[in-house]
Ligand binder design. Sequence first.
Ligand SMILES: C[S@@+](CC[C@H](N)C(=O)[O-])C[C@H]1O[C@@H](n2cnc3c(N)ncnc32)[C@H](O)[C@@H]1O
Length: 261
Amino acid sequence: MKSLKSFYNEIDFFFRKQIKFSRKFSGKNELKNNLFDNLPPQKRRIAEDKEGLYLKKYRLDYLKQNSARRNYLENLAIIELLENYIQVDKDSPKILDIGSKNWFYASGQYHFFRYNNFKKEIRLDGIEIDAYRVYSDFCTRRDYALYYTKTLKNCRYITGDLLKHSGEYDYIIWFFPFVTQYPLLEWGLPLSVFKPREMLRHAAGMLNPGGKMLIVNQDENEYSAQQGLLEQLHLDYTRHNSFKNSFLEYEHGRYVTVVRS
Ligand SMILES: C[S@@+](CC[C@H](N)C(=O)[O-])C[C@H]1O[C@@H](n2cnc3c(N)ncnc32)[C@H](O)[C@@H]1O
């Protein structure tokens, strides 16, 4: 069954890459009033206070005025996550996001690094192997990513395989790497690209001295598979507990690991 699914995904993936479908995507803008009305009073106050703080500190006015509500909340949640685990102690940091999908969270990453201690310049790269996956509106992940990053200076969406990418980075962010086969197959990728250990080794090798890689896994099962890989490669890491943000509730727990170069 697994190999049949993988075979089907292989063919589909092959054609997506050849066809390279593309269409301009324009996101919708929504009002941001009563953003936290779904939360109980105490949590609502915390969310409102944090949103006010981040809006100012990370200069999110443009994002707030030009985004869908969910997208704005997702980006706030990313900033809160990064604030909890990353200290930006490099000047002009270079950052890589691995497996960026449609990069709906690029603004959160960008503004966090750009306005943390007022760094002058940053370079933010995002890499995605399956950038030509088409959504129901006939736009691809890449089309979305180009829209989400259009105002971000020195920000690149790279269509390609992490294993073929070379670079040197101060920070690497990796949300939900495929560490088991099932989610990768369900995502529509073939088993030929399931190389979790090689990918982790390659990513760790791109960290500059003193660099950090933040990995988020989706549930305890994936978290422990991730830990197994980190141990096999003898990487220096800290396992953190499940992280809950103040803005959104997710169905699955989010488990954080920070790897040091
Ligand atoms: C579970 S998704 C996470 C997507 C996104 N980071 C998020 O938080 O929603 C993992 C992503 O990694 C991408 N990916 C898998 N293998 C890759 C590789 N070798 N190089 C680049 N991207 C890869 C997949 O196509 C997928 O979009």
